[in-house]
Ligand binder design. Structure first.
Ligand SMILES: [Zn+2]
Length: 338
């Protein structure tokens, strides 16, 4: 048997999935938003299962502290500061060269949501912040695309499929952003087995949706604490008929622009208000002599005065060494331009 015939035999032999499920899955498109701990596991499971097209969206680059849980990356990726979406694409193609994988080194925002999410059969949430999840929710509800919410911090995680027009949406459950200081992966840490568990639950529901097995989707909220327990499922609340998103169809998160945001997980600010392409070769020449410059075709890293600036071809930069947005903007203006 050729590898193509044999590759999926163990899952097609599982009768509720079968060869028909495989055919559907092979013709499907998934978008994975975020290529961190959740996204690498989701993408690996989808790619190996044979999802026909996978779009990977991530704004960030690989760092050493990612390797403990972000399953696709290697030490070489961290040393080279490879953009996560591109590094993930390369490693996934080594596992399955018969599918299409597109890397988008980009930050999902209201302006590019349509370009990045259009045509998805399912959207997998592997983000680390409330704003982006609400943006996904608005887009998914507006377009009628199922999406799978997931979050993990410390030893506790949650996963939940959201089926627009059918189940409650994220804003039915959380009408307002959470108040007060929320724990992050930086302040509370995060365990690799937890993120793999949550991502696996998400990937399974996504595979059911993509293989047209929607009746088998578990309409439950999965929660688990992998250190102390318990691990359980609870019923999803009903749709809120007065929900601003799926009830009144006010897609506020799709309106307007995002302000610069502090990144989860470290002492850094992302600047993405200047939407203009950056010539990294020219920038490298410009910065020579002002500090240490290293660059490849995907990113440029510049270190100076205790700050590490990573610039991307789409004009974004991540300024590491501060959480002060004003200061980060100043550093961007000084070295990259205003
Ligand atoms: Zn709703």
């Amino acid at each position: 048997m050729s590898i193509q015939n044999d590759r999926y035999s163990r899952q097609t032999r599982f009768s509720p999935f079968g060869t028909e499920g495989q055919t559907r899955l092979s013709a499907s498109t998934a978008v994975v938003v975020g290529c961190g701990a959740l996204g690498t596991v989701q993408a690996a499971l989808l790619a190996r299962a044979g999802a026909g097209t996978i779009h990977l969206v991530d704004r960030d680059y690989v760092e050493e502290s990612n390797l403990q849980r972000q399953m696709l990356y290697t030490e070489a990726d961290a040393t080279e500061a490879m953009p996560k979406a591109e590094a993930a694409r390369r490693h996934l193609l080594e596992a399955n060269s018969s599918i299409r994988i597109e890397a988008h080194v980009s930050d999902l925002n209201p302006e590019n949501a349509d370009e990045l999410l259009r045509g998805a059969g399912v959207i997998l949430d592997a983000t680390d912040n409330f704003e982006t999840r609400m943006l996904i929710n608005d887009y998914a509800v507006r377009e009628g695309i199922p999406w799978i919410y997931g979050a993990a911090v410390g030893s506790y995680g949650i996963a939940m499929p959201i089926l627009p027009g059918d189940s409650a949406c994220l804003r039915c459950i959380y009408p307002e952003p959470p108040r007060g200081l929320q724990p992050t992966c930086e302040t509370a840490g995060v365990l690799g087995p937890l993120t793999s568990l949550i991502a696996s639950i998400q990937a399974m529901e996504a595979i059911k949706i993509l293989s047209a097995r929607r009746d088998s989707v578990r309409r439950k909220i999965f929660t688990g604490d992998v250190w102390d327990g318990p691990i359980r499922e609870t019923s999803m609340p009903p749709r809120d008929p007065d929900c601003a998103c799926c009830g009144r169809r006010e897609f506020t998160y799709l309106d307007g622009r995002r302000a610069p945001v502090s990144l989860c997980g470290r002492n850094a600010v992302q600047i993405h208000e200047l939407r203009r392409p950056l010539d990294l070769v020219a920038l490298a020449r410009q910065l020579e002599g002002l500090g240490t410059v290293r660059s490849n075709e995907f990113a440029l890293r510049f270190t100076t005065g205790g700050y590490e600036i990573t610039a991307f071809p789409d004009g974004r930069a991540i300024i590491k060494g501060t959480t002060d947005i004003g200061l980060a903007r100043g550093i961007y203006a000084k070295y990259i331009g205003g």
